[in-house]
Design a protein around this ligand. Structure first.
Ligand SMILES: Cc1ncc(COP(=O)(O)OP(=O)(O)O)c(N)n1
Ligand SMILES: Cc1ncsc1CCOP(=O)(O)O
Ligand SMILES: [Mg+2]
Length: 342
């Protein structure tokens, strides 16, 4: 009898998890194909239930189920990605339980539960990839110690986030972990408030501790594959200073490239020589699906040229933080990008 209860609870769990994923596909991603696949999967699970000799419902006893209370983990969801991860996991685990207890009750359900579990792994990957590609890297603002330590920084940064920055990277070179955690957290909260994607430069540990949307690594930082392995489902960007590094990075699975310096820059002392806009064109011709974000010496006058060469966005420091009015600079850069993309 308790086996039927276990089966009942897990059939319900799986259906609930899949239902949430179905709504994400339908309303958040507006993806009909995925929406229909989740719906089919839910019906498939209904069929598993019907195929059982007994009816699990006869044994339902929700009142006396000690596992009914929500754990604090179940209540905390910070974004769509976490909703997807939690609900996919819930449905996959339920299928695993069905596989195990099905062996005691009705071996015929085992292969079907397994099939559903593997389908869920594939669908979860597809949904997460779509969520990642929904991140807007059009106007990506980075910090630099010189500006970060200015007194006016906190006022300036909020103005920038309000006026058109779409992604932000916490990039600090000369600070200790405790300060970076405090500062990084304060910046993450501001980004969340303004709907701006939040990245951490160089440091996987800090990115994980802050639950950032992603981490950006350069050629001399932790290897891309290591960062991808330890921060699954997050957006991992890679710097490329030329065509060869760009190709290697794309093939290694970078979610986007930070390509540059495109033009001379005085912000980064150890920057490679400028690579020019033609590299953008070549990379985008060969790999149109990987976002290329141009960086280095980009200001209002140069934006159109990099966007017309095919860049998906620009990453800037001095054009914004060095401007008399950073908020105005952000606004104008955004307008120019939009026009150049038309
Ligand atoms: C978006 C983006 N592109 C390039 C870089 C540069 O990374 P890296 O070469 O590792 O140099 P530092 O920024 O760490 O000095 C970046 N941070 N972001
Ligand atoms: C971090 C970085 N990586 C390549 S160039 C650069 C500095 C970009 O700063 P600026 O926009 O002021 O040229
Ligand atoms: Mg770096």
């Amino acid at each position: 009898m308790e086996i039927y209860r276990i089966i009942d609870v897990n059939l319900n769990r799986a259906r609930e998890g899949i239902r949430v994923l179905e709504e994400v596909a339908r309303f958040s991603l507006a993806n009909r194909k995925l929406f229909e696949e989740f719906k089919r999967l839910r019906h498939f699970i209904k069929e598993i239930e019907k195929s059982l000799a007994g009816n699990p419902l006869w044994y339902r006893d929700a009142q006396n189920d000690p596992g009914q209370e929500l754990s604090s983990e179940e209540m905390a969801r910070n974004n769509l990605r976490e909703v997807v991860l939690a609900n996919a996991k819930r449905a996959q685990e339920s299928m695993r339980v069905l596989e195990e207890f099905g062996k005691l009750l009705d071996a015929a359900i085992v292969p079907n539960a397994k099939k559903a579990r593997f389908l869920l792994y594939d669908l979860e990957r597809e949904v997460l990839a779509l969520i990642k590609s929904a991140v807007d890297l059009t106007l990506y603002l980075l910090t630099d110690d010189a500006y970060l330590n200015e007194e006016k920084f906190w006022r300036v940064i909020e103005d920038c986030l309000k006026n058109g920055v779409t992604a932000f990277q916490y990039r600090a070179k000369g600070k200790k972990g405790a300060e970076m955690y405090r500062e990084g957290m304060r910046l993450k909260e501001l980004c969340e408030k303004h709907g701006v994607s939040y990245f951490v430069n160089d440091r996987l540990d800090l990115g994980m501790a802050l639950n950032a949307d992603g981490v950006h690594v350069g050629q001399e930082d932790l290897p891309l594959e290591v960062v991808k392995k330890h921060f699954p489902g997050k957006i991992i960007g890679l710097s490329a200073t030329n065509y060869e590094e760009g190709i290697t990075g794309i093939k290694a699975g970078a979610d986007y490239l930070g390509l540059g310096p495109i033009f001379p820059t005085s912000t980064k002392e150890d920057a490679a020589p400028p690579c020019g806009v033609e590299v953008i064109r070549k990379l985008k011709e060969e790999f149109p699906n990987t976002p290329v974000i141009a960086i280095g010496g980009i200001d209002k006058e140069k934006v159109s040229e990099v966007i017309r060469a095919g860049a998906d966005g620009i990453a800037v420091i001095s054009a914004v933080f060095g401007a008399e009015s950073p908020a105005k600079a952000v606004y104008e850069l955004r307008e120019t990008i939009i026009k150049a993309k038309e």
